[in-house]
Ligand binder design. Structure first.
Ligand SMILES: [Zn+2]
Length: 204
């Protein structure tokens, strides 16, 4: 879930949001080939994911997946000053609401550079990197972006675990685990990063 409101640089945002709505377009857009390959793997393996995208496809709503070097973050703590994305955060989701709280666009930001660097340090093989990217995108997109897009409204929010709540009972983790099961990506049992390959012991 987003901790900070995220805004794209103005020129980039204009080019994305000015695109005419088209019912047949994929509800997930990205210009990044590594991200696109992950979205394709998830769609191939998960019937739940495919059904959700099919339900959104008939609307003009969509999620735009960008990498963290493409966004600037407006931090309320610094009077809205624009900063680079926090380079210690792996991913964030930010719905783009209209004044009446309707949501047609959700931004998903993935810190691909941080994930790649973490896997370099862990001496991962490619399949371990890909599995973590898939897990992260399943969480951000299926758990957070899709419920907003299905509702078309901020009321679609699917929260992360609240303080004191068991992680596996939270809306976001339940949705994530449903798709992980279909993909054979293991079950997430905590809200931390324990269930990602990057947190296992490095290869020797
Ligand atoms: Zn979350």
């Amino acid at each position: 879930m987003s901790r900070l409101p995220i805004c794209l640089s103005l020129a980039f945002a204009f080019s994305l949001l000015a695109q005419p709505a088209h019912a047949q377009r994929s509800p997930l857009e990205t210009a990044n080939a590594v991200v696109q390959a992950s979205l394709d793997r998830i769609a191939k393996g998960s019937p739940s994911w495919r059904a959700a995208l099919e339900a959104i496809r008939g609307t003009a709503r969509r999620a735009i997946v960008v990498t963290s070097d493409q966004v600037l973050v407006a931090d309320p703590a610094t009077a809205g000053r624009l900063d680079r994305f926090d380079d210690t955060v792996l991913a964030e989701v930010a719905p783009v609401p209209r004044p009446d709280s309707r949501v047609d666009v959700v931004l998903v930001v993935i810190n691909l550079a941080l994930l790649e660097e973490s896997h370099r340090k862990a001496r991962s093989v490619l399949s371990e990197f890909e599995a973590d990217l898939d897990r992260i995108l399943v969480h951000e997109i299926y758990s957070h972006a899709v419920p907003y897009l299905l509702a078309g409204h901020l009321s679609g929010r699917c929260p992360d675990p609240a303080a004191g709540e068991r992680a596996t009972d939270a809306c976001s983790i339940r949705r994530e685990n449903a798709v992980r099961a279909e993909l054979g990506l293991g079950r997430r049992t905590s809200y931390g990063l324990d269930d990602l390959n990057i947190t296992r012991r490095p290869r020797r």
